[in-house]
Ligand binder design. Structure first.
Ligand SMILES: NC(=O)C1=CN([C@@H]2O[C@H](COP(=O)(O)OP(=O)(O)OC[C@H]3O[C@@H](n4cnc5c(N)ncnc54)[C@H](OP(=O)(O)O)[C@@H]3O)[C@@H](O)[C@H]2O)[C@@H](O)CC1
Ligand SMILES: [K+]
Length: 509
């Protein structure tokens, strides 16, 4: 699904009105009715106090339409008009009039702090103050109203955007922004819904297809994509009946040091669970028995050193190599990475200490084969690209780094981002239970495996990140967030892939 900006959506709005020969009021009715249906499905007529805070633009207009439908269905609704300006939009005014047909309770006007209503913890708040038309921070008494709503601990549903949130920049630290429990947003997700700086404002998210013109949306230049199951299914290639292990790649996992052999074991397990035909490990001698016992399916080659890596088996034939988990950053290990990069000419994956070595020896970046995949967490990323001011700045830095070295960067986080030059893929699977030791080692194994199975590196990264998250979701359903271990994520990769396989089968029927 494309991630769009406020400008793109407003343009889509205009083109849709032209092409479908409808009025903007009809489009508003369509969008807001979808919101009403969602609320009605969940509340099922519950007699809770619903307080709708409407702005005076079209986001407020949506709020008025929602209010009309809720009142018609017998809900207990109070409507407030947050009168931050006298420039009421036409569709707001039209729906303000229509409200008269269904109630004698006129909306209460809020013009200053004096008009603030009481908000109780059991209220259901609908935030329809500002949507994609926000063009400056919320100030004065309106900011105080936003803060009052946030403090109330009432359930807050935001319409289209939490009020105060811009679609293309990060609000200041003390800015007034609605902290929604749930956001129902129109047509396309906005990037701020997924950034660490702003995702907490959004709460749970659902995108409503309001039927904007498909041709316009299809042609829109947006390199930003949200990756959910549908997208992952389209990337996944099921196995052929007539195939053998040689068709699914030989992955070589290079890493580990004394006390950190578990990391490579997790990576190799994940690679095999993702379908690698063969998997070998190149590790220091101290890990030999642990790996041979822990993962009998894998083959092991050891370094001359006991406790760390110092070299690379230059004549080893592998389809893909990944380097770094548990490796440490000793001088000898830096030489090992250098040897590997001087030997391997196809895309590799670098993780963990491999990334730390690269940060300290930037000249090695030039040796990385084009389209290699780096999988930093935020700390590792900072060491690679430098400090950033906010998340948009971070994405800019990573984009230019990706272009400069022709690399694919996987920024790990609550929503993992895959950046390949101008293209950006935001993952939508996973859960907080996956914030656990070794989770990244498993991810490296999944992506490496797909790279070895002849997926394009960027596809391997995008699909790998999605499946890793899905496997974590399946693990969390069974175990609870706190008890998910990295090994549980690896164990559930099969079920996650099965899910894609079944969906693909269903799509083809
Ligand atoms: N596009 C679509 O597909 C569809 C969109 N729909 C809905 O329309 C919504 C967008 O509506 P909108 O354009 O009227 O803007 P909205 O967010 O209501 O803001 C109102 C006005 O507030 C003003 N203003 C801005 N910042 C301010 C501030 N800090 N403090 C004070 N004032 C401020 C600014 O006017 P200004 O004062 O700058 O002239 C602005 O115009 C969208 O989110 C969705 O809910 C659906 O109905 C149908 C399909
Ligand atoms: K809103």
């Amino acid at each position: 699904m494309k991630i769009l900006t406020a400008e793109q959506l407003s343009e889509g709005d205009k083109i849709t009105i032209e092409k479908q020969q409808i009025t903007s009021e009809e489009l508003m009715e369509r969008a807001a009715t979808l919101v009403f249906n969602e609320i009605n499905n969940r509340l099922q007529g519950a007699p809770i106090p619903i307080k709708i805070f409407c702005g005076i633009g079209n986001n407020g207009g949506d709020g008025l339409v929602i209010a009309r439908h809720l009142i018609q269905h017998g809900y207990h609704v109070t409507v407030y008009v947050v009168n931050y300006s006298d420039k009421r939009s036409d569709d707001f005014l039209a729906n303000y009039e229509k409200l008269k047909d269904v109630t004698n309770d006129w909306p209460q006007l809020i013009k200053s702090e004096d008009n603030f209503p009481e908000i109780n913890i059991g209220d259901f708040i609908i935030d329809a103050m500002f949507g994609i038309g926000l063009n400056r921070p919320i100030e004065g008494w309106v900011a105080n109203l936003v803060k009052l709503i946030n403090k109330s601990q009432a359930f807050i549903l935001a319409i289209d955007m939490p009020s105060g949130l811009f679609s293309d920049k990060i609000p200041a630290e003390d800015a007034a922004v609605i902290e929604a429990n749930f956001t129902l947003s129109f047509q396309a997700p906005k990037l701020v819904f997924f950034l660490p700086d702003t995702m907490d404002y959004v709460g749970d998210l659902q995108i409503l297809d309001i039927g904007l013109d498909k041709e316009f949306l299809g042609k829109l230049q947006s390199g930003n994509h949200l990756i959910g199951e549908e997208e992952a299914v389209s990337l996944y290639k099921p196995r052929k009946a007539n195939s053998h292990k040689g068709d699914y790649g030989h992955a070589l996992i290079v890493g580990g040091s004394y006390g950190k052999i578990g990391s490579v074991l997790l990576t190799a397990t994940a690679a095999l669970k993702t379908g690698s035909g063969l998997c070998s490990l190149y590790i220091p001698k101290c890990g030999y028995h642990a790996v041979q016992t822990g993962l009998p399916e894998a083959m092991v080659v050891t370094d001359v050193e006991d406790d760390l890596l110092s070299g690379y088996p230059e004549d080893f034939k592998a389809d893909v190599v990944c380097f770094g988990m548990g490796a440490g950053t000793a001088n000898k290990t830096r030489e090992a990475l250098k040897n590997m990069l001087n030997t391997v000419k196809t895309p590799v994956l670098i993780d963990a200490d491999g990334l730390n070595i690269l940060s300290e020896n930037k000249e090695l970046l030039d040796l990385l084969p084009e389209n290699s995949v780096l999988t930093p967490h935020p700390g590792e990323l900072k060491r690679l690209v430098g400090e950033w001011k906010d998340d948009f700045h971070k994405l800019e830095l990573v984009r230019s780094f990706s272009k400069k070295y022709k690399l694919i960067i996987v920024i790990k986080g609550a929503h993992t981002f895959v950046i390949d030059g101008n293209d950006m893929y935001v993952n939508n699977s996973g859960n907080p239970g996956m914030a656990t030791a070794g989770s990244g080692d498993v991810l490296s194994g999944v992506i490496t495996s797909f790279m070895g199975q002849s997926y394009e590196p960027v596809t391997a990264a995008v699909l790998g990140v999605f499946l890793h998250g899905r496997a974590g979701d399946i693990a969390a359903e069974n175990l609870g967030y706190e008890s998910v271990l990295a090994g549980d994520i690896a164990k559930n990769i099969g079920k996650a892939i099965q899910g894609l396989f079944s969906r693909k089968l269903k799509n083809s029927e």
